[in-house]
Write a protein that binds this ligand. Structure first.
Ligand code: A2P
Length: 324
């Protein structure tokens, strides 16, 4: 089994399948990362906001570095700048905090997690008294300029975006000294993101799919909602290829040229999710999976107010007002 990689604008090789760590408990993520590294993963996707970078770092420290099984340059590590750290004066410290938690001297890729800035400070989701998010008016262009300095300082090899729409990507490109190499967005067969992906590729950005399996464990899943991994069309295809539903979907991402970061804390599923390089979906099946698209976004920032969940879309840089 050979891991496939894509080449970023910087020339870096980024493995096409990485381990996702969002919603992996601190108590479980260390073992998940160890299992992943031991079974061939060479790409770990992290973020300060996931609250578990120290535990990811413990695993990296056990396996990567002088005298350990893997060299630092063998593993591709991504982290993300959280919304409360967009102010240009906060960016370097935020990056150094992730580096220290992860036990690394540099990141392979550092992404701006969202285009919206939140009130500065250490509270992850700062709220106003009425329960709405306390925003900050730092513009993502200014945050970008501060992130560029991290490249110049050698703290990160490349910088990129996450949850940016096409217009916002072009806005960053219009001022960029170091171009964003990638945009990480929600993508799976129910939200295939064809236009956004073409837009990114036409500008030289790679794309990473988050929630690549349709995030069956999203906290707001309501019973009865269609679940991608149980979709009978996916199940049938999995039978045909003698693979699992997850492997068919991961293979679809890889074959499309999209990097993906399935999350798992279960050793056999972690292993299974990277065993996707020994089969190929037919062109017809690739197209069939694309036809499952419903433009259904699962991950939308929300807040709880008066016992109800509201879509929190008031920020001028909220990305999902634009068609793509
Ligand atoms: P678990 O961590 O218990 O394995 P996504 O990456 O789209 O957000 O999906 C992650 C969810 O999918 C988690 O609930 C994870 O559960 C589950 N999952 C990951 N890999 C598989 C797999 N191969 N088969 C079934 N479920 C999986």
């Amino acid at each position: 089994m050979t891991e496939v990689a894509i080449t970023l604008l910087t020339g870096q090789q980024m493995p096409a399948v990485g381990l996702g760590t969002w919603r992996s408990d601190p108590g479980q993520v260390k073992q998940a990362v160890l299992t992943a590294l031991d079974c061939g993963y060479r790409h770990i996707d992290c973020a300060a906001a996931y609250g578990n970078e120290r535990e990811v770092g413990e695993a990296l420290t056990e396996r990567v570095g002088p005298g350990k099984p893997l060299r630092r340059e063998d593993v591709f590590v991504t982290s993300k700048l959280w919304n409360t750290k967009h102010h240009p004066d906060d960016v370097e410290d935020a990056c150094k905090k992730s580096l220290s938690d992860l036990g690394l001297s540099y990141l392979d890729l550092y992404l701006m997690h969202w285009p919206m800035a939140f009130q500065r400070g250490d509270e992850l989701m700062p709220k106003r008294p009425d329960g709405t998010i306390y925003y900050d008016d730092t513009h993502y262009r200014d945050t970008w300029a501060a992130m560029e300095k991290l490249v110049d300082q050698g703290l990160v090899k490349a910088i990129g975006l996450s949850n940016f729409n096409a217009r916002q990507i072009d806005d960053v490109l219009s001022i960029a000294k170091h171009k964003p190499v990638l945009n990480q967005v929600e993508c799976h067969p129910y939200l295939i993101q064809t236009q956004l992906i073409s837009h990114c590729w036409s500008r030289g950005l790679a794309v990473t799919a988050y929630s690549p399996l349709g995030s069956p464990d999203r906290p707001w899943y309501t019973p009865g909602e269609p679940c991608l991994l149980d979709d009978p069309r996916v199940v049938d295809m999995a039978k045909h290829y003698k693979k699992t539903s997850a492997q068919v979907i991961i293979r679809w991402h890889v074959q499309r040229g999209v990097v993906c970061i399935p999350k798992s804390i279960n050793p056999s599923r972690i292993k299974q999710n990277i065993e996707v390089f020994d089969f190929k979906l037919s062109d017809e099946d690739m197209r069939l999976i694309e036809s499952f698209n419903k433009n259904k976004r699962l991950i939308i920032p929300t807040i709880e107010k008066n016992g109800k969940v509201w879509r929190d879309a008031n920020h001028p840089h909220f990305p999902f007002h634009d068609p793509y």
